[in-house]
Design a protein around this ligand. Structure first.
Ligand SMILES: C[S@@+](CC[C@H](N)C(=O)[O-])C[C@H]1O[C@@H](n2cnc3c(N)ncnc32)[C@H](O)[C@@H]1O
Length: 202
């Protein structure tokens, strides 16, 4: 696979160990994913990528939003997560691609939107990878960076404290997006959801 590195081996080991159990750990997240997908404002026939799709929890609402004429692609680095997605039947809602978001096998400006849940904290080169994601989105398209719980709730779950250099703190994320070809248009960090939306910079 293109773009492999030691960082990726660590990510793959981490998620391979969790793949079989992933959906059982968070059984009540469905409505939060559906609401976040709604924020993308997709239309029937649109083309959308779920970057770091994991077990494909977002694929059913993404398919519902774009309809049968749309295109839904789920991309992930960890084969075990994609196998779990297929076992759950989510390959019926989107095409599953085993790939690193650092080098997407997609044409430039070919997508209307990208959804990325729980992804950016795992990227070894967030700016470079967000730039690659920007490459595949058309002008006027949209990016959603989502997590079903907010930063404080996630830190508490993981028994850690948030530091000012946290990648997803509002000023840090705004700056990161600006450096990688995006303009952040909204930012929400509440206990029940984290959602940042961005559009390709002019
Ligand atoms: C926290 S999980 C979230 C999975 C899914 N989006 C969800 O919300 O349930 C992060 C996922 O990102 C994937 N991932 C991490 N780095 C990646 C990369 N560079 N390219 C593609 N996928 C990556 C992992 O394999 C894992 O499945």
């Amino acid at each position: 696979m293109r773009g492999m590195s030691d960082d990726h081996t660590h990510v793959q080991d981490f998620f391979t160990a969790r793949a079989a159990d992933w959906d059982h750990r968070f059984p009540d997240d469905g409505p939060a994913y559906a609401a976040a997908v709604a924020a993308l404002g997709l239309r029937k026939g649109d083309r959308v990528l779920d970057a770091g799709c994991g077990t494909g929890r977002a694929l059913p609402p993404l398919r519902a939003a774009v309809g049968p004429t749309g295109v839904v692609v789920g991309a992930d680095l960890t084969a075990a997560m994609l196998r779990a997605a297929a076992r759950a039947g989510r390959d019926r809602d989107g095409t599953l691609l085993l790939t690193d978001v650092a080098a997407l096998p997609l044409r430039s400006s070919s997508l209307d939107a990208v959804f990325a849940a729980g992804l950016i904290a795992h990227l070894p080169d967030p700016a470079g990878n967000l730039r690659e994601i920007a490459r595949v989105v058309r002008p006027g398209g949209v990016l959603a960076l989502f997590h079903p719980i907010g930063r404080a709730a996630l830190a508490a779950r993981q028994d850690r404290t948030i530091t000012p250099d946290d990648l997803r703190a509002e000023p840090n994320l705004r700056s990161l997006l600006t450096r990688s070809g995006w303009r952040m248009t909204s930012y929400t960090d509440e206990d029940t959801r984290f959602l940042a939306l961005a559009v390709p910079a002019d």
